[in-house]
Design a binder for this molecule. Sequence first.
Ligand code: FES
Length: 73
Amino acid sequence: MRIEVTPNGPYSVSGSVPIRKQIIGTDERGQSVSWVEGEAYPARERYELCRCGHSRNKPFCDGTHATIGFTDG
Ligand code: FES
């Protein structure tokens, strides 16, 4: 398995790493109390995961980082 932080871009993940959604569980007052397992994404050999927060296809990168001028420096 390998995770590479690409310059001004996504995390490049290879090695068939399984990924799954996690949701913040809350109590009756709406306070965060735990992580709740969510859906698993279909397994792939390689993923590009969004690091800028602006992808319309989260958690995957859709290239938006390049059009908004995302920088990590
Ligand atoms: S890193 Fe590419 S869309 Fe966010």
